[in-house]
Design a protein around this ligand. Sequence first.
Ligand SMILES: C[S@@+](CC[C@H](N)C(=O)[O-])C[C@H]1O[C@@H](n2cnc3c(N)ncnc32)[C@H](O)[C@@H]1O
Length: 336
Amino acid sequence: MAAGKPTGTQKTVPLPPIHVDGQEKIIIDTTALSDVSLGKLGKSSTDTRRRINHFHTLIKEYSKLASKKQTRGNDLSAEDMVSIGERIEDVSREMAQMGGLDWYQKASLLGQCKQRGGDTSRWLVPKMRDLGVDKRPGKTRLLDVGALSCLNYAKERKWIDVTPIDLNSQEPGIYKQDFLDIELDSNAPVPLLSQHDDADSGEESDVETNTAHLFQSPFDVICLSLVVNFIGDPARRGDMLKQAARLLAPEGLLFLVLPLSCVANSRYLDDERLLEIMQFLGFTQLHQNHTAKLAHYLYRLTASIPATASASGDEPQFKKKMLHSAPGRNNFSIVV
Ligand SMILES: C[S@@+](CC[C@H](N)C(=O)[O-])C[C@H]1O[C@@H](n2cnc3c(N)ncnc32)[C@H](O)[C@@H]1O
């Protein structure tokens, strides 16, 4: 996906591309449903949370079906293919009827404000200060992936230069950019996507005329707050962590936030396994914190990403491995 300049809120948007089987991206085409109005954010915070969870389930089901269609297409009967295709359409339709990604993001934003007592940057900023990041010369370049608000680091603008991106920008100041499409190129003509003022002033910027997913230099900090769990495919979740390692400067910081259930109640992932994966990718864990709903992690990139870190589609080093077989657990996993 090419990056675009920051956009304002749109009424109806396509759902995000769903990454399937490590390679392909499938874009759910909801254009035929473009007159479906936004779903309600929710009657209450409990209702909103229930609907967000249901939306997650739909994303996962879509991802599984699309993967099956793609990888096992040749083995499946024509009848099975038709029924998978029909189910994909039903799932897409239901997501669109809920308001699609736009609704989901607004609901998550509501959750960010009301349920969790503030956005997760509130946890990160004091940790960065403890590490003396605010005292370093020059501004700290922070890439906020899956940003629902461009104001998350507004109070720290003296020392943090934030680049907020999202697949679907919710407000002016957030760039429409797929994290997985970002590349570093020191020869890139301009540090693209850094022109927040253009968006604020309403002036046209030239962002769209450039190769917009290139950045000249690596980032000092990357935030993946509630983003990795957003992806349905475990190998793509792993790709996000690898991408963070590629885009960070040496000694750069990665802030990872997952719903607590991903590490506390999964058959395939726990803190220990996550630590092994992160260490393999070159990270040293600095902090870990569990709240009632969230798991926060802060890592420092202390080694280069190993050449053995498989490219998408290769045999993974960390496969989906049963760690806790007790009933009632979920299937969240990260494959690297
Ligand atoms: C639950 S929201 C995260 C909100 C916020 N970061 C927080 O901590 O509350 C997940 C967001 O991640 C975005 N996202 C998912 N995959 C992405 C990708 N590959 N590139 C950019 N944004 C992505 C989605 O569009 C969605 O808005």
